[in-house]
Design a protein around this ligand. Structure first.
Ligand SMILES: Nc1ncnc2c1ncn2[C@@H]1O[C@H](COP(=O)(O)OP(=O)(O)OP(=O)(O)O)[C@@H](O)[C@H]1O
Ligand SMILES: [Mg+2]
Length: 277
């Protein structure tokens, strides 16, 4: 029998996914092992969110096979309620768009729903939910309606609901997008804590500045919805030609007032930057 620790968390084998006729993932193969921290990089529309939804068993591949924890990850397999519960307990996704994720009448209901529904003890859920809301500084939003919050507040509620579940596999879709600096920094510290606990963390992000903090491995999509590179984070980020080719950094013109000279610099997507002149 295979040692449990050798069983990959996810095995995607030549997965293709299309929304009607719109290809979103093209022949994607990927193996994720327990304890890996992976950043998924790619331009808008390259397929990152679709990949996370396949890993979370919200979508099922049009072609190819997917396995999770050594078992087939198919619609049929998840018809079995016990298996579906076990899967949902182990894997948590924070959506890119919190509007899709949030549905409860109050923030408190939202944050406690998944862990209660998945059978965690009530006192444990209360403790975790309070802790998660404190970490993200949303305790004061407890009785508010999630759909009437600001974009960043919604994102924090969506994050807190997965924080309260504490799954073993974390799928984070642009977790820092729309978070203010203090919340971003607390989230990064929390990801650090998960790392020490040996959790598996897969993050789709445009924020190249945080990649080396949250990931050891980078899987890069190009605009053809296929994986173009998969390797160590440092090496992947130092291949500037590929980052430009895949629309992850861009060349950008400036005119400098003093000299009237024009330069081209390569910039990270949204990061604040300084130049040397
Ligand atoms: N619900 C949908 N219906 C039809 N096409 C879709 C749908 N959702 C996504 N797509 C298409 O699938 C492709 C991949 O989309 P996806 O959301 O996975 O990209 P992404 O890499 O997460 O982009 P972003 O950086 O903008 O979040 C895109 O071409 C997109 O237009
Ligand atoms: Mg996306």
């Amino acid at each position: 029998m295979m040692d449990q620790n050798d069983t990959p968390i996810f095995e995607l084998d030549h997965i293709t996914y299309a929304y009607n006729n719109q290809i979103a993932l093209n022949d994607v193969s990927l193996t994720v092992r327990a304890g890996e921290r992976i950043a998924i990089l790619g331009a808008n529309g390259s397929g990152k969110s679709t990949l996370l939804k396949i890993l979370d068993a919200l979508y099922f591949a049009t072609r190819g096979t997917a396995r999770a924890f050594g078992e087939p990850l198919t619609e049929d397999a998840l018809q079995d309620e016990a298996r579906a519960f076990a899967f949902r307990r182990r894997v948590g996704l924070v959506f890119q768009d919190p509007d899709v994720q949030l549905f409860s009448p109050t923030v408190w209901d939202e944050v406690t729903f998944a862990p209660l529904h998945l059978g965690l003890a009530q006192n444990e859920v209360i403790e975790r939910a309070e802790w998660a809301m404190d970490l993200l500084n949303i305790t004061k939003l407890r009785d508010r309606a999630p759909h009437r919050l600001s974009g960043g507040e919604k994102k924090k509620v969506a994050l807190a609901s997965v924080l309260a579940l504490r799954p073993e596999v974390w799928l984070l879709d642009e977790p820092t997008a729309s978070l203010d600096p203090r919340s971003t920094s607390r989230l990064l510290d929390f990801i650090d804590e998960l790392t020490r606990e040996g959790k598996t963390i897969i993050t789709a992000t445009h924020d190249l500045d945080i990649v080396e903090e949250i990931a050891d491995r980078v899987v890069m999509f190009c605009e053809d919805h296929a994986i173009t590179g998969d390797g160590g984070a440092r090496a992947m980020l130092s291949n500037r030609e590929r980052l430009i080719e895949c629309n992850l950094i861009h060349a950008h013109r400036h005119r400098h007032d003093a000299t009237g000279e024009e330069h081209i610099h390569h910039h990270l997507h949204a990061a604040p930057h300084e130049h040397e002149h």
